[in-house]
Design a protein around this ligand. Structure first.
Ligand code: ADP
Length: 307
């Protein structure tokens, strides 16, 4: 029929003809031969770059198989979501296992009394930093799963992005001081109808990265622009920059340009995926500009009228 013709991406001349004249794949042949034997079968196969679930069953008249009904369902999105979910679970398990091994190993050495007195501080601080890494990871995962569940029923509030950003930056001042990075905000009052916790996550993660991937003596500047139809948050830094080929991927879960640097800085690889998700909830668009060894600038544009 016409729907099958579109699905199998063939021309109209196939309508009304036998399915094998359109697709001779071994999977379809097997479904048909099973059906001729009176069997019902279900299989997911690739057709023209998508995933389709094919259900086949015999048509029986006068106790004989007189034909086959083949029902094809597009399950591409479902299969993709399933694959992403599996990958995420595998990644989370791996990310949690590594610090746990370090903690368990260090604790074992300490309890066996084989660590020299002068090495004790090293082991204590490793246990502490690895435990902190696990806490960061679990907190980010909880944040992401709230976003995945959908926060449609969370109340939006009139929020001044300038005030919120100023408060959020304060929580980063100690980290910035330790890294030798200065952080400043400029701009104007700009009220948007948004979800304060999500807006805070956006500002926090962008500024945290701008400090983490910077260098001593570097700077971070945060700007809030209140335009006629939108409010723009811009975070720019004088840090290490992001290579062109990685720019698309840094918003993926667990993707890091330099895994060891991210881990050393207490990164989880989830910050920018939280930013992307939270921005989407506000219909906001993200723009990134970066020059390796010079710095990065990320802007988030919030439309005032989301409709
Ligand atoms: P992480 O917890 O590793 O910082 P993110 O999702 O926040 O995870 O960022 C993903 C990766 O993108 C980082 O590991 C880093 O390689 C890169 N990155 C993000 N922000 C910046 C920045 N401002 N400057 C340079 N690299 C950045």
């Amino acid at each position: 029929n016409r729907a099958a013709q579109r699905l199998f991406k063939t021309d109209k001349s196939c309508i009304g003809k036998h399915i094998l004249s359109v697709n001779r794949s071994s999977e379809i042949s097997k479904l048909l031969s099973d059906s001729e034997k009176g069997k019902r079968t279900e299989k997911v196969i690739d057709i023209a770059g998508g995933k389709y679930q094919l259900n086949s069953g015999p048509v029986i008249s006068d106790s004989k198989v007189s034909g086959t009904v083949l029902l094809a369902l597009d399950v591409t999105d479902k299969e993709n979501a399933e694959r992403i979910r599996k990958e995420f679970t595998a990644n989370v398990s791996h990310e949690l296992k590594t610090p746990l091994h370090t903690i368990a190993g260090s604790a074992e050495l300490l309890s066996n009394g084989v660590v020299k007195a002068e090495d004790l501080p090293y082991f204590y601080s490793r246990i502490q930093s690895e435990a902190q890494r696990m806490i960061n990871l679990v907190e980010d995962i909880i944040r992401l799963s709230h976003l995945d569940e959908g926060v449609g029923n969370i109340k939006r509030e009139e929020t001044d992005l300038y005030v919120l950003a100023k408060e959020t930056i304060k929580t980063l001042s100690e980290e910035a001081y330790k890294a030798g990075v200065s952080i400043a905000i400029s701009g104007e009052t700009a009220v948007i109808n948004g979800i304060p916790q999500m807006l805070e996550s956006i500002v926090y993660n962008l500024c945290d990265n701008a400090v983490k991937y910077n260098r001593p003596g570097g700077s971070v500047s945060v700007t809030i622009e209140n335009k006629k139809e939108c409010v723009v948050l811009t975070v720019s830094d004088t840090g290490i920059g992001i290579p062109t080929e990685c720019r698309e991927r840094i918003f993926e879960r667990f993707y890091r340009v330099d895994k060891s640097r991210s881990k050393e800085m207490g990164g989880t690889g989830l910050g920018l995926s939280i930013v992307k998700h939270a921005a989407r909830l506000h219909n906001a668009s993200i723009e990134l500009q970066s020059i390796v060894d010079k710095g990065t600038e990320i802007s988030v544009t919030f439309p005032k009228d989301e409709s």
